[in-house]
Design a protein around this ligand. Structure first.
Ligand code: F6R
Length: 612
């Protein structure tokens, strides 16, 4: 959710912090703030709105100083305004901090501090923490580090924190529990950030903090310990992230750049794992659990939003190709409904960010029940890969647009590889099918390239329906989750109400909505339900609905029925989701841009949902 950045070294902190916040703005964008310590003078700049609003305001003032912290916020406690924006300063001005996460027991702590004379200016839980640290610091006459560790031992909740103490002006303190934090290691300098994107232009050496870690950073070195004061040896890793991957590279928006990256991101996801020469699929990350997977009696897939949709495609793929029963659950429901989990169950958690709070909690629950938990994640070094027993990275590269696009197709690619490999191991697939599926998977990037060339026809259709107030998306089999994903993409970035349905369900209710103003996007590729979906299109047309059909190249039947057809190349039914989703992503993108919506930062959303 919120973005954190911090710097200590010999360089001017402000340009590093503001640039870092621009890179992190996709994590939260309702307000932003920076604080800089220059010797003993503490300066705080906070603004409601975008990071550019903060920069307009702060860059006109004295921002000198070589230590500082910055934050871009996604509001949890208190509306987005200048006062609730971070950093938050303690009542007597000794501590200033920025925080990602939620302090769950903040109202009890606030009451206790109020009884002891503390006054609060904001509605945030973060200010309570700033005052708690200060109270312990002053009352106990302890160092800043001890005050931070003692305060954190009283806190229930999640946090990624960067803290400055005015009385110890050559230190920056970072702490993590449940909210990611990365330390960048330079020459006589350190960076703190909620992910590696703002760090990579300065250094590729990073330390990922674990839960309950506290790092005390100074220009002379780093001291890593636990909240309980046990010393830790920092593990410095090289981050494999190129600066070009986090820039727009000529596209107007990250979302479109990421849509156009899909031929490459899918290829990168199967590169080194699928071999055409050897005709085999090798998923190294699953090697240790392969026997269990092959023998599995049941697989439960968990995820949220788009990742849950990928899970639904995965259900279809694994059941169809490997004949293992699969259940797919929203992580948020799974964790709270006392699910039945057997020790021989395999749980697959899917997440782009690897930080989604509900998915992480569901993983912990499944582990406690003794199940084997696997992860399919995009962000290397994030929490979910570290919490799971084994897993597969998607290698889609950083996804900055808040609406997930290339992460979805990379997740489906991993699930397809798993399903094909399991089908082969379990002898469900014969040699011909196995090899054909491998070849077809290999052909997907070129086929997507071809779809992307039709961008202009997608734009034309988008122009016609940009003012619609409702959309219906229909699909069958593995294309039903694609219909759900199409509807989600449209609603989250264009704010048009949209619903996805299995095409056959339409007549059980949604058909009542259809009139001459209702665009219905029907995924109608040539597969085993083709005849049925043609009937569904006729049902829509009989009620004067507008049909935008995604069809297989060369389709002549639907062309006569539908108002618009958008063609995609043919592939095996099992892999059609990877192609059919592309026109839906592009339609949503164009409609949102035509409606002047901020596609990369849609209202109320944030990229990684680290709160419940
Ligand atoms: C939709 C979207 C969200 C995420 C969901 C899960 O475009 O981005 O629905 O898919 O918040 O996030 P991850 O995959 O990071 O766990």
């Amino acid at each position: 959710m919120c973005g954190i950045v911090g710097y200590i070294g010999d360089k001017q902190a402000y340009p590093i912090l503001i640039n870092g916040l621009k890179r992190l703005e996709y994590r939260g964008y309702d307000s932003a703030g920076i604080s800089i310590l220059n010797k003993t003078t503490l300066k705080v700049f906070k603004k409601k709105g975008k990071v550019s609003d903060l920069d307009d305001y702060a860059s006109k003032q004295d921002t000198k100083g070589t230590i500082g912290i910055g934050h871009t916020r996604w509001a949890t406690h208190g509306e987005p305004n200048d006062i609730n924006a971070h950093p938050h300063i303690s009542m007597n001005g000794h501590f200033i901090l920025i925080h990602n996460g939620i302090i769950e027991n903040y109202s009890r702590l606030k009451e206790k501090l109020t009884d002891r004379g503390y006054k609060f200016v904001s509605e945030t839980d973060t200010e309570v923490l700033a005052n708690l640290i200060e109270y312990i610091y002053l009352k106990g006459k302890v160092t800043a580090e001890i005050a931070v560790r003692l305060a954190l031992s009283k806190v229930v909740g999640a946090y990624g924190l960067a803290i400055i103490c005015k009385g110890e002006p050559d230190k920056l303190i970072a702490a993590r529990k449940g909210s990611p934090l990365v330390i960048g290691v330079g020459e006589g300098e350190y960076y703190i950030a909620s992910d590696a994107t703002p760090i990579v232009e300065h250094t590729k050496s990073v330390i990922y903090l674990n839960d309950d870690d506290v790092a005390i950073l100074s220009r002379d070195g780093l001291n890593l310990k636990t909240i309980k004061n046990d010393s830790l040896t920092p593990k410095i890793q090289k981050v494999d992230l190129d600066i070009g991957e986090i820039e727009k590279n000529g596209f107007d928006h990250f979302m479109m750049k990421e849509i156009f990256e899909q031929p490459r991101s899918i290829f990168d996801t199967f590169r080194g794992r699928v071999s055409l020469e050897k005709m085999e699929i090798h998923l190294g990350g699953l090697y240790s659990v392969l026997p269990k997977l092959v023998e599995a009696k049941r697989i439960i897939i968990i995820g949220c939003g788009t990742s849950w949709h990928a899970g639904l495609v995965g259900e279809y793929l694994i059941e169809e190709l490997a004949r293992i029963p699969v259940e797919v659950e929203y992580a948020s429901e799974f964790r709270y409904r006392n699910p039945i989990i057997y020790p021989d169950d395999i749980i697959i958690a899917i997440s782009q960010s690897g930080e989604t709070a509900d998915t992480l909690a569901a993983i912990k629950l499944a582990k406690q029940a003794g199940a084997t938990v696997l992860g399919i994640c995009n962000v290397v070094g994030s929490s979910i890969p570290r919490e799971t027993h084994a897993g597969v990275y998607t290698h889609a590269g950083p996804e900055i647009g808040v609406a997930s696009t290339k992460a979805f197709t990379a997740q489906v690619t991993v699930l397809a590889m798993m399903a094909i490999a399991l089908g082969h191991e379990r002898k469900v697939l014969d040699k011909k099918d196995y090899e054909e599926l491998i070849q077809e998977l290999y052909a997907i990037p070129d086929k997507i390239e071809k779809i992307l060339k039709s961008n202009n026809s997608f734009l034309k259709v988008s122009k016609k329906y940009k003012d619609a107030t409702n959309f219906l998306y229909l699909g069958r089999g593995s294309l039903f989750p694609v219909a759900l994903e199409g509807a989600l993409k449209l609603k989250e970035i264009s704010y048009i109400h949209a619903e996805g349905y299995p095409a056959a369900e339409m007549k059980h209710g949604p058909i009542a909505l259809i009139d001459e103003k209702m665009p219905v996007v029907v995924i109608a590729t040539k597969d085993k339900s083709y005849e049925k979906i043609v009937s569904n299109i006729q049902e829509v047309k009989a009620r004067k609905g507008i049909v935008i059909a995604i069809v297989s190249e060369g389709d002549t039947i639907i062309k006569k029925l539908a108002d618009h057809v958008l063609e995609i190349p043919e592939t095996r039914d099992e892999l059609a989701a990877l192609l059919a989703v592309i026109p839906l992503q592009i339609l949503s993108y164009h409609i949102a841009v035509l409606r002047n919506c901020n596609v990369d930062q849609p209202r109320n959303l944030a990229k990684s949902v680290t709160v419940e």
